[in-house]
Ligand binder design. Structure first.
Ligand SMILES: N[C@@H](CCC(=O)N[C@@H](CS)C(=O)NCC(=O)O)C(=O)O
Length: 227
């Protein structure tokens, strides 16, 4: 029987989303196990006691428990859309944006979106502080379609799921902000067939079967690859 890597995932989690996007882009088949975060399966916790998703268990038993490492794992196998820059200096620029997102944006996103989970938090203040990073993105996007040129690459894919989460918290407020380049970047992402593929809905894993094969067999091709 063909053995596939196992991906523990949660559909709406932006970390899992970026891992699924890289796996779907690479066309590396996995067995996806959709997790209910409030009732994590023992098999997930046995593989990765820290209990976050995504987690990938490779066919040799190696466990990869950080979303960025899962992206790198997939893109190292295959990178047909050219997401990973070849030059180390460019990779470092991507990594710097991803780190800034985690440090300057994500904590404010959480306090804006999930204010009731924190004590004494002013959601609107955190929304506005998150806006500093979004304004930086807007400036970076003002000269190109994507962060580092015309096509989405590693940093775009790693950051966009968080911007999506922010925007969907109050889509009217987001649309009213003076961030035209950022809004266009997000709109393009939301209309992207690869995102649709990565957001396929699956039943929660029943803990008995293997899981579902992800991505499905048909290979994805970026439209500009046909030209
Ligand atoms: N640094 C981790 C963060 C992953 C993470 O925090 N995932 C959230 C869901 S979006 C999670 O699993 N939280 C555990 C929980 O809610 O119980 C990564 O990049 O993979």
């Amino acid at each position: 029987m063909l053995r596939l890597p196992i991906l523990y995932s949660f559909r709406r989690c932006p970390y899992a989303m970026r891992a699924r996007l890289a796996i779907a882009a690479a066309g590396v088949s996995c067995v996806l196990r959709e997790v209910v975060l409030r009732d994590k399966p023992a098999a997930l916790l046995a593989a990765s006691p820290k209990g976050t998703v995504p987690v990938l268990v490779d066919i040799d038993g190696r466990v990869i428990e950080e979303s960025l490492d899962i992206m790198l794992w997939a893109l190292k196998k295959k990178d047909p859309l050219g997401w990973m820059p070849a030059a180390p200096v460019e990779r470092a620029q991507h990594a710097a944006w991803i780190t800034d997102c985690e440090r300057d944006f994500k904590p404010h996103l959480d306090r804006y979106k999930y204010a009731s989970r924190f004590t004494d938090v002013d959601a609107a203040a955190h929304r506005d502080r998150a806006g500093f990073f979004l304004a930086r993105l807007d400036r970076q996007l003002s000269t190109h379609n994507a962060l580092f040129g015309e096509h989405r690459m590693w940093a775009d894919i790693a950051i966009l799921p968080f911007v999506r989460q922010f925007a969907l918290t109050d889509i009217d407020w987001f649309a009213s902000q003076p961030w035209p380049h950022l809004q266009r970047w997000l709109d393009d992402f939301l209309a992207w067939p690869l995102l649709e593929m990565a957001m396929t809905k699956f039943e929660a894993w029943d803990r008995v079967g293997a899981g579902v094969v992800f991505p499905d067999a048909c290979a994805y091709q970026e439209p500009w690859h046909d030209q």
